[in-house]
Design a protein around this ligand. Structure first.
Ligand code: C2E
Ligand code: MG
Ligand code: MG
Ligand code: MG
Length: 281
C-alpha cells in the first residue's frame, strides 16, 4: 500500500511502523513485569447448561491492568506473550489462580462447579505441560474432572503424534479437553476422531448471525450433529440474545456462554452472581 502512495507516504509508513515496533517492545518489557507486579487478573464467564438452565461452571479469561493504559484485553497482549515465551509462566499462573479459586468456591457450597482454562499452542508444546498441570491440581486440591483445558485447532498443525500423546497423558490425569473456536481453523476435520476430546466450542462468529443467516444456522446445526455423532459435548460461545438461545435449545446444544447469561466477571462479582442465582431457584 505504501508503494502505491509514493515516496512521501513511504517514509510516513516506515515511521509509523517503527513507532508500532517501539510500542510493541515497550509493552513487551512491561508485560514481563506484569506477573511480579500483580497486574494480571483472572475473570470468570458463567457457562449455562441446557436444558436445565443451571450454571455449571465458567471460563477463566485473563485481563491485564496496565498502570498507564488501564484494563487491556487478552487479544492485544496474548500474541505478544506467545512471541516472547512469557505465555508459559503467565499461563501457569492463570491455571493456578483459576484452580485455586474454583476449589474455594467448591468448598463454599458450589460443589459441582467446573472451570475451563485456555492453553496456547506454545504452552502445549512445553515438555513439562502434563507435569505442570498435575502439580497445580495437587497443590490446589481441585478434582481433575473439574478442570477443562481449551485448545485451538491450530495445535493440530504441530507434530501430531506428540500432540496425541500429550492429550492422552492429560486425559489420564482426569482432566477434560475442549476444542475452542471450532470451525475457524484451517486444519482438517480428521483430527476429531484421533484426539481424545470431550467438548467442541462453536466459535462465536457462527452464533452471531445464527438466527438471521441461513448459512450460519446450517453450519451451527452441522457442528452440533457432528459433535453428537462423535459422542462429544457441544458449547455455543457468544450467545447474546434469547432468540439465539432458543435456536440452540432446539438443537439440543449442551452448554451456552455469552453476554445473554453474563459478561466475564471479576471473582467477587462471579461469586455474587452464583449466590443470586441460587437464592432465585
Ligand atoms: P476465547 O477463549 O474464545 O474466549 C471467548 C471470548 O469471547 C472472550 O474474550 C469473551 O469475553 C468473549 N465473549 C464472551 N461472550 C461474548 C458475547 O456474548 N459476545 C461477544 N462479542 N464476545 C463474547 P476475551 O476475554 O477478550 O478473550 C479473547 C481471547 O483471548 C480468548 O478467546 C482466548 O483465546 C484468549 N485468552 C483469554 N484468556 C487467556 C488465557 O488465560 N490464556 C490464553 N492462552 N489465552 C487466553
Ligand atoms: Mg476459550
Ligand atoms: Mg472461543
Ligand atoms: Mg477466541
Amino acid at each position: 500500500r505504501a508503494m502505491e502512495l509514493g515516496g512521501g507516504s513511504y517514509e510516513f509508513y516506515t515511521e509509523e511502523m517503527s513507532k508500532a515496533a517501539a510500542e510493541h517492545v515497550h509493552l513487551g518489557s512491561s508485560l514481563s513485569k506484569s506477573l511480579e507486579r500483580e497486574e494480571l487478573i483472572v475473570c470468570y464467564q458463567p457457562q449455562l447448561e441446557l436444558p436445565s438452565g443451571r450454571i455449571i461452571g465458567m471460563e477463566a479469561l485473563l485481563r491485564w491492568r496496565h498502570p498507564e493504559l488501564g484494563l487491556i484485553s487478552p487479544a492485544s497482549f496474548i500474541p505478544l506473550a506467545e512471541e516472547t515465551g512469557l505465555i508459559v509462566s503467565i499461563g501457569e499462573w492463570v491455571l493456578r489462580t483459576a484452580c485455586q479459586q474454583t476449589k474455594e468456591w467448591q468448598d463454599r457450597g458450589f460443589a459441582d462447579l467446573r472451570v475451563a482454562v485456555n492453553l496456547s499452542a506454545r504452552q502445549f508444546q512445553q515438555e513439562d505441560l502434563v507435569l505442570m498441570v498435575d502439580r497445580v491440581l495437587g497443590k490446589t486440591g481441585l478434582p481433575p474432572q473439574s478442570l477443562e483445558l481449551e485448545i485451538t485447532e491450530s495445535i493440530a498443525m504441530n507434530d501430531e503424534n506428540r500432540v496425541i500423546t500429550t492429550m492422552h497423558q492429560l486425559k489420564r490425569l482426569g482432566v477434560r479437553l475442549a476444542i475452542d473456536d471450532f470451525g475457524t481453523g484451517y486444519s482438517s476435520l480428521s483430527y476429531l476422531s484421533r484426539f481424545p476430546l470431550n467438548n467442541l466450542k462453536i466459535d462465536q462468529s457462527f452464533i452471531q448471525n445464527v438466527v438471521n443467516q441461513d448459512d450460519d444456522a446450517a453450519i451451527t446445526k452441522a457442528i452440533v450433529s457432528l459433535a453428537k455423532a462423535l459422542g462429544l459435548q457441544v458449547t455455543a460461545e457468544g450467545v447474546e440474545t434469547k432468540e439465539q438461545l432458543a435456536f440452540l435449545e432446539q438443537l439440543q446444544c449442551n452448554k451456552i456462554q455469552g453476554y445473554y447469561v453474563s459478561k466475564p466477571l471479576f471473582a467477587e462479582e462471579f461469586e455474587q452472581f452464583l449466590q443470586k442465582r441460587e437464592s432465585a431457584q
